[in-house]
Design a binder for this molecule. Structure first.
Ligand code: GLU
Length: 426
């Protein structure tokens, strides 16, 4: 049964993230010898909302967009997770991302369940006014299930602090008073947290530092490759450069650039700001988004989308550490290959948990009408990430499994305990 499902996941060309997420869960449930009833509960999302909603475009026409908000598990607290805008969003993808959020919040021990949202749209093809209209109407459609005590969205692929400001405003207009805690990742002037914008990347870099310590690898002069140059990828590249590492290749949705002697990341960021892409950066060779993954390096940071490291290329990855700043970049088959090949992978639900951790700090600050310093945020983030990394590593060593399964053992056990303790209603 297990093997059939595993093959099915990768043979059908397009890999379904929901099949991957369930397969990862099954592996941990098996190792934990989880009660069959609990297993059935945790294998499915609690709620899935699909909405089709109209938006008036700049030329006066009306378009109808499709969006989703999924809440996977609410045992440990309100649902938490981002909203992504992407032309390839599907309900199955959002379900997978919601389930991953449940485990992610449990790995770092913050009191949330998992949720996720998405709209099928390429926002780069819309005007700013159209994106605002789409955001406000989508926020209205999902307002029947979100709220500061119920489900708290945040930025994800192609959404940002401005998107969160519009959602916060829309929700607040409906209830008649300002509710900062309904979303996180807001601009600092609207109750956003210091350090939230950098948090996903910073958390990932804390994990890389711990992994390097474990492997006795010197990060000074280490070669780093980053796939994806959005919020997580561009800031991770910057922070790795600050650690003294040499970032030799980066990419975005349009393609990548490579220079074996190293890229000046601040200049690449300025180039992208001006040209909308890293492509064409002077003094670097072009490299595709697939080829970039196979460049020999010490640290490979996938920071884009799902299913990048698969059965097709896992035997050609030439990194010592793979740090998953993206959600779901590696398939279960590829996981097995990387583990056999001795490549140390820091799984998404641990590696990119810095984002939601500082989201939690933001929510706590909003509920308390408080504002913490950036130094305090970063110190607390470091403490949480380092602890989660240590607990994951210890479990993976004790059970002789890879770090992903180690993180799942930690997370699924915490969620299963909470779910079992609450019991079955009615
Ligand atoms: N979208 C981010 C993630 O995938 C952040 C979620 C949050 O802060 O709620 O973890």
């Amino acid at each position: 049964m297990e093997d059939v499902r595993q093959m099915a996941t990768e043979q059908i060309g397009v890999i379904n993230p929901w099949a991957v997420a369930q397969q990862q869960f099954d592996l941990a449930a098996e190792k934990l010898n989880l009660d069959p009833g609990l297993r059935r509960v945790l294998r499915e999302p609690r709620r899935e909302l699909t909405v089709h909603f109209p938006v008036k475009m700049d030329d006066g026409t009306v378009r109808v967009f499709t969006g989703y908000r999924v809440q996977h598990n609410l045992s440990r607290g309100p649902a938490k997770g981002g909203i992504r805008y992407h032309q390839d969003v599907t309900l199955d993808e959002v379900k997978a991302l919601a389930m991953w959020m449940t485990w992610k919040c449990a790995v770092v021990g913050i009191p949330y369940g998992g949720g996720k949202g998405g709209v099928v749209v390429d926002p780069k093809k819309l005007s700013r006014r159209e994106v605002e209209g789409l955001t406000r109407r989508f926020a209205t459609e999902i307002s029947i299930i979100i709220g500061p005590e119920r489900d708290i969205p945040a930025p994800d692929v192609n959404t940002n602090a401005q998107t969160m400001a519009w959602i916060m405003d829309t929700y607040s207009m409906h209830v008649g008073y300002t509710v900062p805690a309904v979303v996180t990742g807001k601009p600092i002037s609207l109750g956003g947290s210091e350090g939230r914008n950098e948090a996903t990347a910073r958390g990932a870099v804390y994990c890389v530092a711990e992994a390097a310590k474990h492997l006795a690898l010197d990060l000074h002069g280490a070669k780093v490759v980053v796939q994806g140059f959005g919020n997580a990828g561009s800031i991770a590249a910057q922070l790795m450069a600050q650690e003294g590492s040499t970032v030799i290749a980066v990419s975005d949705s349009q393609g990548g650039i490579h220079n074996a002697r190293g890229l000046d990341i601040d200049r690449v960021i300025a180039w992208k700001q001006e040209h909308g892409t890293v492509v064409g950066f002077p003094g670097a060779e072009a490299v595709s988004n697939q080829a970039i993954l196979e460049i020999p390096c010490d640290v490979l940071i996938p920071a884009a989308l799902e299913n990048q490291i698969t059965a097709r290329n896992a035997d050609r990855i030439q990194a010592k550490i793979v740090a998953e700043a993206a959600n779901g970049p590696t398939t279960p088959e590829a996981d097995a290959t990387l583990f056999e090949r001795g490549i140390f992978l820091i799984p998404d639900i641990l590696c990119n948990a810095g984002g939601v951790t500082v989201s939690y700090f933001e929510w706590v600050q909003d509920l308390n009408r408080d504002h913490w310093s950036e130094a305090m945020v970063n110190a607390k983030l470091k403490e949480i990430m380092t602890k989660a990394f240590g607990e994951t590593l210890a479990l993976s060593q004790r059970h002789e499994v890879n770090m992903r399964t180690g993180a799942y053992l930690l997370a699924v056990d915490r969620v299963a305990q909470a779910t079992a303790l609450r019991g079955l209603y009615p």
